[in-house]
Design a protein around this ligand. Structure first.
Ligand code: 13P
Length: 247
């Protein structure tokens, strides 16, 4: 049985005053039997972790090395030290802004596993790749290249985030989401065996809102969501959590 996961990615948003959201979310969802995660900007991590009890806290990136001369970067063990249990890796914004390759993401994921973090590895096609009917090939390459051999259902979550759906209000049809999620599941089963492949949670991300969440969560092999903009306020994130818990 895969536990459902509602994950919020705050990206480069949030100051100390926004930590009040944590209290409100915890109060609103104290009884739901799903996992809730927020990945705030690094400077808020430790304070958020200290404030949260039900809600897990994660980083948005980590370095592949354990320490060293890497100005501005954060090692996986530092995230753990600050109270993180998860880390998002290979988000399309990092693949684009920081030219991260599949090899980079795989090395970071190995470092995350070694530090005891759950890695949420992101994959997804651009609009041009979808229009050229290359979606499944792109996903296949990203899965093969970004996921380390040491992955399993405990240390890995995969997030399917079509680049064209992020922050745009555009959402794939439920058939399109289902096609990719079923494909990811089949790829994981083929590589890691049925037992492990079936135990990895698959999140959908890209313009998830309270208004479309229930439809998305009804799709096969969707075990939760990775939410950007709608995770920034309790009012917007709460209905998504409620829809996932009811799915
Ligand atoms: P939006 O929910 O704002 O589209 O962002 C999705 C995302 O990139 C989450 O990682």
């Amino acid at each position: 049985m895969r536990r459902k996961l509602a994950a919020g990615n705050w990206k480069m948003n949030g100051l100390a005053a926004d930590l009040d959201q944590i209290d409100a979310l915890e109060a609103a969802h104290s009884a739901v039997d799903i996992d809730i995660l927020i990945c705030p900007p690094a400077p808020l991590l430790e304070r958020m972790a200290a404030r949260a009890s039900k809600i897990a806290v994660g980083g948005q990136d980590c370095h592949a090395s354990v320490s060293g001369a890497h100005t501005g970067d954060t090692a996986a063990a530092m995230l753990v030290d600050a109270g993180a249990s998860h880390v998002i890796l290979g988000h399309s914004e990092r693949r684009t802004d920081h030219k991260e390759t599949n090899d980079d993401v795989r090395a970071k994921a190995r470092a995350a596993f070694d530090a005891g973090l759950i890695a949420i590895i992101c994959v997804g096609e651009t609009l041009a790749e979808r229009e050229a009917a290359n979606t499944l090939d792109i996903i296949s390459g990203q899965l093969a290249g970004s996921i380390p051999d040491a992955a399993n259902g405990t240390n890995l979550v995969v997030a399917y985030e079509p680049v064209w759906a992020i922050g745009t209000g555009l959402v794939p049809s439920t058939d399109q989401i289902g096609e990719v999620h079923d494909y990811i599941r089949a790829k994981l089963e083929a590589r890691f065996g049925e037992g492990v492949g079936r135990s990895v949670r698959l999140l959908y991300g890209g313009s998830v809102k309270g208004s479309n969440a229930a439809d998305i969560f009804a799709v096969s092999n969707v075990d939760g969501a990775l939410v950007g903009g709608a995770s920034l306020t309790t009012d917007a994130f709460s209905p998504i959590i409620t829809a996932l818990a009811a799915s």
